[in-house]
Design a protein around this ligand. Structure first.
Ligand SMILES: Nc1ncnc2c1ncn2[C@@H]1O[C@H](COP(=O)(O)OP(=O)(O)O)[C@@H](O)[C@H]1O
Ligand SMILES: [Mg+2]
Length: 262
């Protein structure tokens, strides 16, 4: 992609005490691009997500949004800047409705005096939640249902729909298809396609390599805290991707033949 990335991490290092989780890591995502972030357990994926989303401060390196260097003192600052993150556990409130969850922490008040008194605009929120979930490609639009009555897959769909609905620039999904059945995973992958169509930058973390190969434009592989490959998805086969992840080939050049289909 020739244009500049919408979001970029340069030279990120992060240690936990004596454990080096990330070392000099670069990661970029463009508007309308889905980047897969893969690696074995402990490779540093979640740590990188926490740096990108403002939950952790890096020890070294910089973040650039729309070409401008930024730093986040909290996840809230990254959210305000248009970066949505869906963590491995979705953080929904089971006792609230779907609509209530979509607006969690961003509640809409009623107009006039009632709003000044703190009354919520439930009807307005339900209407917007319905529109946004529909626009995100989520089939689940009965937004007055309570989240505890939904299946695991449906909850995941709500969590993703919420993130896509609010994201203005970047959406980061850490293992969103974990524990989902085939049909539900298909829905999640479709939502990522929609997010790409809307011009968001998408970072997708997953252990399920067929999903990564199916939905991403580019794949970044982390091994022991370092980037060992950053290539268009078309240059990987399932076999070469696995080899790069596990380190059975010493570098990408060892496992990707030069005449690999582009
Ligand atoms: N809060 C923490 N304290 C200490 N070590 C951590 C912490 N979080 C992660 N680590 C370590 O950092 C490394 C990278 O972990 P992580 O980012 O969770 O990798 P991944 O998500 O790829 O499995 C691992 O060695 C892990 O044990
Ligand atoms: Mg992780």
């Amino acid at each position: 992609m020739a244009d500049a990335p919408i979001y970029e991490a340069r030279g990120i290092s992060k240690s936990y005490g004596s454990v080096v989780a990330l070392e000099d890591v670069d990661l970029s995502v463009h508007a309308g691009e889905v980047v897969g972030l893969v690696g074995d357990n402990g490779a540093g994926k979640s740590t990188l997500v926490k740096v990108l989303s403002g939950a952790h401060q890096p020890d070294a390196g910089s973040l650039h949004l729309d070409g401008q260097e930024r730093s986040w003192r909290s996840p809230h600052e990254a959210l305000e800047a248009g970066i949505e993150t869906l963590y491995q556990d979705s953080g929904l409130c089971p006792d609230l409705t779907i609509s209530g969850n979509v607006f969690l922490g961003r509640e809409k008040l009623r107009g006039g005096l009632l709003g000044k008194l703190g009354l919520l605009d439930h009807r307005g929120m339900a209407r917007i939640a319905h529109e946004e979930l529909d626009r995100a490609g989520i089939g689940l639009t009965e937004v007055r249902r309570t989240v505890k009555d939904l299946s695991g897959g449906q909850r995941q769909a709500v969590a993703i729909g919420r993130a896509v609905a609010w994201a203005r620039k970047v959406i980061i999904l850490d293992e969103p298809t974990n524990h989902l059945g085939a049909r539900q995973s298909g829905e999640v992958l479709r939502v990522m396609d929609k997010a790409r169509e809307r011009g968001l930058g998408v970072v997708f973390i997953s252990h399920t390599l067929p999903h990564v190969l199916q939905v991403t434009d580019r794949i970044v592989v982390l091994r022991l805290g370092r980037v060992v490959a950053d290539e268009p998805t078309s240059s990987f086969s399932p076999d070469t991707l696995l080899k790069v992840i596990t380190g059975l080939g010493r570098s990408t050049a060892d496992v990707i033949p030069e005449d690999a289909p582009a």
